[in-house]
Each structure stands twice: as C-alpha cells, then as structure tokens.
Design a protein around this ligand. Structure first.
Ligand SMILES: Nc1ncnc2c1ncn2[C@@H]1O[C@H](COP(=O)(O)OP(=O)(O)OP(=O)(O)O)[C@@H](O)[C@H]1O
Ligand SMILES: [Mg+2]
Length: 424
C-alpha cells in the first residue's frame, strides 16, 4: 500500500539532517583539500627559489590569500638586538610596516617569539599583550590575529628565527583549523627562509673572497712595481754604465760593482719578502711560532717601527688554522704599517687556559673602532672584516681596542681561539 512505501515525516527529517551533515562534512573536506593543495603549491614555490625576498613575499601572499585575511607580516628575529624586524609585509598596512622594528618584550609577536607558542585571537584589543604602537603607526586596526613562531632544527636543537602573523579574517573569526594550517605553512617557510639566508651568506662570502683575492693581486702588482721592478731597472741602467767604465776607467769598476751587488740584493730581498707574504712555507713546514719569528725578523728589516716578539710554545694545531691565525696577524701588522704611524709594535702568541691568544699592539695614532665598523659598508676596505670572519671560522673572537685597554694611544688587536677546535 502507498502509505507503507512512503517514508514518514520523521524519517524524512532524519534523512535531510543526515544529508545536511554529509554536505557540511563534504564542504569541510573540500576546504581542507583546497588548503592542502595550497600547501603543496607553497612547498613547491618555496623550494623553487633561494631568493630571500621572493620566499618572504610568497609566504605572506599565500597566507593572506588562503586564510582569507586582510594582511600578513613575517618578522625575522635579530638575536643581537633582541628585536623583530618586519620583512616586506603583505596587505593594507604594508608600506608603513616596512620600517618598523619591535622589541621581543613587545606585542603578541614578541610573546610568540619568546614563548615559541602560537596564538589565535578573535578579539585582539582585549588582549593585554597587544602592542597598540604598531596599529597607531600603521593606522590599521587589528581585530583578529593568528601568529605562529618560525622555527628551524629538530628536537632540542630548535631555534626560533621569527614569527608569521596573519590579521583580520574577512568573514567570521579565525579557527583552530586555520591555526593548524598556518603552523604547517610556518614550518615550510622557516626552512625556506633559513636556506635562502644561508645561500645569501655563502654568496656574500664568495664575493668577499673574490674581492680579497683581487686586492692581493693589486697589492702584489703595486709592490712589484714600486719595489723590485724599480731596483732591477736601476740595475740594468748601471750595468750599461759599468760596461763603459771597463774601458774608460777600470779602477772605478770595483766600486760600481759593489753598488750593483747592493741593488741586486735589495731586489732579491723584496721578492723573497713578497713570496713570504704570499705563502709562508715555514708556516706549513715548522708551524706558527717559527713562522712568526721569521715574519718579525722580516718586518724589522723594513718597517718604520721597532718590533718586539713574545711567543710561548703552543700545542700542535691544524695547518689551515695556523694559516688563518697567521693571516690575521699579517693584516693587523699591515694596518699598523699603513695607518698607525707607530714607533713600536708588539707581537704576542701564547696559550691561555685552553685558548690560543694572539696580539698585535701598536703605539700609533689609533682610530675610532665603533665608527669604522658602523660605516664599513661605505668603505672599500676588507681588512677588519676578513680578520673577523677568520676569527668566526676558527670559533674564536677578535677584539680590537683603540685606545689600548690601558688607556694609552694606539691599537690592540687580540685574537682568541679555542684550542679544542684547532689542535691536532
Ligand atoms: N692599527 C691601526 N691604527 C690606526 N688606524 C687603523 C689601524 N687599523 C685599522 N685602522 C683604521 O681602520 C680602517 C679599516 O681598516 P681595514 O684593514 O679594514 O682597511 P684598510 O687597511 O684601509 O684597507 P684593506 O685592509 O682592505 O687594504 C683603516 O682604513 C684605518 O683607518
Ligand atoms: Mg687593512
């Protein structure tokens, strides 16, 4: 009968409710799928470039778009200054945000970076951690917000390098799903940012090495031109003179030959010195202390200052480490020659409590170290930065004092290297 085959109103309602639940679940799955697809594309996009600003821009554009938000910002941590720097943000307040930096004790971003925990807020203004300063500076009102830490490394070795923040959901509020999604994006972005930064550092280091090599070649050419080449030129001229004297006045020849021998010795000494500067073989065959003794002797012969050398025996160290320490000493001595107008230069090498300490001290005019370092990128020089880089490569530190620590005029360059890293 018809009434037996038709569903009752009750069961029809149940069926409709089930259908509604199914279609809601389907919609949610579709949204999740869409987001997974975006994440997949993010992964591909972020891995396809090593350009830092592209990585940053892409991360923010994707986060804003996928979470249907008004804007996003990515802040990188400056661990030395304990500040977060806004990196090319994406969205309405972007222009004003570019110049902003905020302390780690400031705002929700600062909290996320120090606590390494994400934050989801749909009523930002009622949260005491919110930094009104940024909103006033950007004339932007933050209503809702998602913020996740950007971390690299695994296990106990994780390091926070910044935070990723998305603000003002266009419709409704942010959800736990949104937060989870942003965490995953943050994970991918952090690795991409770190890779891009490592790559930038490598490129900068490579450029500096190339520039340093160029400098060495120019210096070599200058020294050869002003030194050995001039002396050899004089030698040739005078040889011609001697040839004539042999016939005209043979008694004068012996004196002339003495003079020529002197010139030849000068040229020989200059070439040997250049060779030593370029590649101190004694460093490779006998080690740092004998190399330093030979070097001190050499500068004593030609430098306009007195040189005193104090060394104490040190344990055997790796060849490359010895070469790097020696290069730091050479640069510090060259700086004393070029800039200090000093009367004395002291060289010291000694082991101190598990470290090797090397000092080059002069009593010259000194210089403003802080100001020189601040304006370093406007100079064409490389010496100080090369010394610092070598110290870092040796896991050590470079301290430059001017005036010297005892308050006297002049400069003290001190390199301290942990023996554990360099002994063999
Ligand atoms: N011992 C020193 N006494 C006085 N001034 C110094 C001394 N060492 C460095 N300076 C100052 O610091 C500046 C930077 O030194 P740095 O070694 O980086 O460059 P540079 O010697 O001028 O050039 P480069 O080393 O690249 O050939 C020098 O130009 C000089 O003004
Ligand atoms: Mg220099």
């Amino acid at each position: 009968m018809a009434s037996d085959t038709l569903p009752s109103a009750d069961s029809r309602e149940r069926a409709e409710a089930r259908l509604a639940r199914l279609s809601a679940a389907l919609e949610a799955s579709e949204r999740r799928l869409q987001r997974l697809e975006v994440l997949y594309n993010v992964g591909r996009a972020l891995n396809s470039t090593l350009d830092l600003s592209t990585v940053l821009n892409q991360t923010m554009a994707l986060a804003t778009q996928a979470l249907d938000a008004h804007g996003s910002s990515l802040m990188l941590l400056d661990p030395e200054k304990r500040e977060l720097t806004f990196e090319v943000p994406h969205g309405e307040a972007a222009g004003a945000l570019k110049q902003l930096r905020m302390g780690l004790d400031e705002g929700i971003a600062g909290w996320v970076a120090t606590h390494n925990e994400p934050v989801l807020l749909n009523d930002v203004r009622s949260d005491p951690r919110h930094a009104g300063r940024i909103d006033s500076a950007t004339r932007f009102t933050t209503r809702s917000l998602l913020c996740v830490p950007l971390q690299v490394g695994t296990g106990g070795q994780t390091r926070t390098i910044g935070v990723l923040e998305v603000v003002n959901k266009r419709e409704g509020g942010f959800t736990e799903d949104d937060l989870e999604w942003l965490r995953i994006l943050g994970g991918q972005a952090a690795v991409a940012v770190e890779n891009a930064r490592l790559y930038e550092n490598l490129r900068a280091q490579r450029d500096r090495i190339i520039k340093a090599q160029e400098e060495v070649r120019h210096e070599l050419a200058r020294n050869l031109h002003d030194g050995a080449a001039q002396v050899l030129g004089a030698l040739i001229l005078n040889l011609d003179n001697v040839r004539r004297l042999v016939k005209a006045s043979p008694r004068k020849v012996a004196g002339e030959l003495d003079y020529l021998e002197n010139l030849a010795r000068q040229a020989h000494q200059q070439v040997r010195q250049l060779l030593f500067e370029l590649r101190p073989i004694i460093l490779e065959t006998q080690g740092l202390v004998p190399a330093l003794q030979a070097y001190a002797q050499q500068i004593r012969a030609e430098a306009p200052f007195e040189v005193s050398l104090a060394t104490e025996p040190i344990p055997p160290i790796a060849r490359e480490a010895g070469a790097m320490i020696f290069a730091v000493i050479q640069e510090a001595v060259n700086n004393a020659k070029k800039h200090a107008q000093a009367r004395y230069v002291w060289l010291r090498l000694r082991p101190v409590n598990g470290f090797i300490q090397v000092e080059v001290e002069d009593n010259g005019v000194g210089f403003d170290v802080g100001q020189t370092m601040e304006t370093y990128d406007q100079r064409s020089s490389l010496g100080l930065i090369n010394m610092r880089e070598r110290a870092t490569l040796l896991d050590g530190r470079l301290d430059i004092y001017s005036p010297r620590p005892d308050g006297e005029r002049g400069t003290l360059v001190r390199l301290t290297v942990p023996l554990a890293c360099i002994s063999v």
